[in-house]
Write a new protein. Sequence first.
Length: 254
Amino acid sequence: MKIDPQHPRFASLKIRERLVWGVKKGYTSYAGLLAHGRGEAFDYLLGEHTNRFAIKAIQTGASYLLLAKRPIISVNGNAVVLTGKEFIKLAKLLNCKIEVNLFHYTKKRIVAIERYLKSLDPHCILEHHRNNRQEMPGVKSKRRIMLKDGLVLADTVLVPLEDGDRCQAFVHAGKKVVTVDLNPLSRTAQTATVTIVDNIVRALPILVKEVSHLRFSSRDTLLTIVNSYNNKEILSQALSYINLQLTAFASKRV
Ligand code: PTJ
């Protein structure tokens, strides 16, 4: 569908069209459209801009990824369609791999997404093979299927738009989890090490910039950033912001 750039919801409609394109190409699941709808509702309440609490989380997430010995980026059918190019830039800056991991798992979608990512860059993808998989205990969904030389060994994972089970299992296994989630109340948001409460389409380009800026910083500087961070406090700030927005709307009787 051609969207009129003058439309007041142009940016949001463009994202929807991109996801519909993802479904047609076999990358995004139908359920991914619904998941995006939930995100959109929170984005509306967050003012559809990157807030200060998200910037702080992005800076901390970048520091964790730079401090990591084995960082990895885990992508699903929504994330890859919305910010595929940013993941490639990030993987290059961090010298790490991208692994496809799906909730609505089908082999066909894994292969299609890997092929899409390889068309953007042939070197950044860790591909699924019969012999390199391992199942993660404590995860009931098909998200438990991971790659031995990828998510299994990683010490720090960037997992945007994640589901709660696997996030909990990662944290339980001692991994640092950096996520992007518009819903500050989701289980993932609540259990991750760092939760970037922002739309992935805005947050990822800023994360790329932050990593490229901080990668010249000393280990001590990065450690100071992560040690001064409190994820619970960041989530409280996000909820307070939503609360303020709603109070302002209510007082205007909109
Ligand atoms: O491709 P698959 O099969 O792995 O499926 C991917 C989805 C996202 C459908 C799957 O992981 C899923 O069902 O996720 P959930 O449990 O609905 O969680 C998705 C979270 O991402 C929700 O808390 C949404 O609010 C949030 N979200 C949705 N769109 C965005 C978002 N957060 C940031 N940016 C978005 N654009």
